[in-house]
Design a protein around this ligand. Structure first.
Ligand SMILES: [Zn+2]
Length: 347
């Protein structure tokens, strides 16, 4: 099924009469709430030597890169807790510099309930929307703002940040970086190893506020801080922990090279760069995809109908369009999917 978007880029939303019989495979799938991974035992993180709950520091005593790996910025994404706890138990003292592991939202994690596993993403507000100076520096108060301000010193000194996340809906793993060449170079270095996610996505930011990877340390023009976010797989699947651990170890092994040289040492497979071009938001409560797309699916032809939203048909605006982390049950006003175009070089 296609609509006549042709080669034009915008708009992608075409108004059409609603023809329910013309909707193969349409409908909103049930939330995938199977919890196949038990919450981790994080007792070792409650009163660590750093003096700050959830923060573990591995210090070489010699100058070198400040490396930070964060997980559980969203409290119910506890695959990141498993991955960082594995690292904690096995991480050697770095030869140079300092490695800081951060479990960011333990308070939300502590409220995890497997009968309502989405409810503990945060307590009062999304911790991954608070990292702009206008939020960090104002006089508002919330659990998450207090935690962001507590963690801020570790972020402000980070040369390299890897932020571990997972997804509710199925998606092939990918890296997301802020629109800075130095960060996409970092992600390409991580993506160059066989078995790692190969898609490196630069996006438009998040309309709800700045994410951790968009802290000024990583956004400053002419700055040096590099950041990337890993979407490692489904929230509550053991395989997601394995992807996070593998990428984290690669990140630690590559950190010094990337910090000094800015490039990967070898490239066993080419990373695929892509840039988000469109955020598709559900205008109605009836938004439904024509099929349950898996994240990172590539739609070959421009004009292919991917979803319906009330009387609108949502079409791909160009050939080889990537569907990034589709939300298969968006509420009205929520982000339903991001569309991305492959590119040969970083913006
Ligand atoms: Zn997340």
């Amino acid at each position: 099924m296609s609509c006549k978007a042709g080669q034009r880029h915008h708009p992608i939303r075409l108004r059409q009469p609603r023809l329910t019989e013309d909707l193969p495979g349409s409908g909103r799938p049930a939330f995938p709430l199977n919890v196949c991974l038990n919450p981790p035992d994080l007792s070792a993180w409650r009163n660590p030597a750093s003096g700050i709950s959830g923060v573990m520091i591995f210090e070489s005593g010699r100058s070198g890169p400040e490396v930070v790996i964060s997980g559980m910025v969203h409290g119910n994404e506890y695959a990141g807790g498993h991955a960082l706890d594995r690292l904690r138990k096995t991480l050697p003292v770095p030869e140079v510099g300092r490695v800081t592991l951060i479990l960011a939202n333990l308070e939300a994690f502590d409220r995890f309930d497997r009968s309502a596993p989405m409810a503990s993403r945060y307590r009062e507000e999304d911790l991954n929307r608070l990292w702009h100076p206008s939020r960090l520096n104002n006089d508002e108060q919330s659990c998450e703002l207090a935690r962001a301000r507590e963690l801020r010193p570790f972020i402000e000194r980070a040369d390299l940040l890897l932020d571990l996340h997972s997804t509710l809906w199925p998606s092939h793993p990918l890296f997301i970086v802020p629109p800075r060449r130095r960060s996409s170079d970092l992600a390409c270095a991580l993506a160059s190893e066989a078995g790692s996610p190969t898609l490196v996505l630069t996006d438009l930011g998040h309309h709800g506020g700045s994410r951790l990877i968009e802290h000024a340390r990583f956004m400053a023009v002419g700055g040096t801080g590099r950041s990337c976010l890993l979407e490692a797989g489904l929230h509550w699947e053991p395989e997601t922990v394995d992807v996070m651990e593998k990428v984290s170890r690669r990140f630690l092994a590559e950190a010094l090279n990337v910090h000094i040289q800015g490039i990967a040492q070898d490239k066993t497979q080419p990373a695929r760069l892509a840039v988000v071009t469109d955020n598709v938001t559900a205008k109605s409560g009836e938004f439904s995809f024509v099929q349950p797309w898996v994240g990172n699916t590539c739609i070959p032809r421009a004009g292919t109908v991917i979803a319906r939203d009330g009387h609108d048909a949502i079409c791909t605006p160009y050939d080889d369009c990537l569907l990034i982390v589709p939300n298969l049950r968006p509420k009205q006003g929520q982000l339903a999917v991001r569309l991305a175009r492959r590119t040969a070089s970083s913006p």
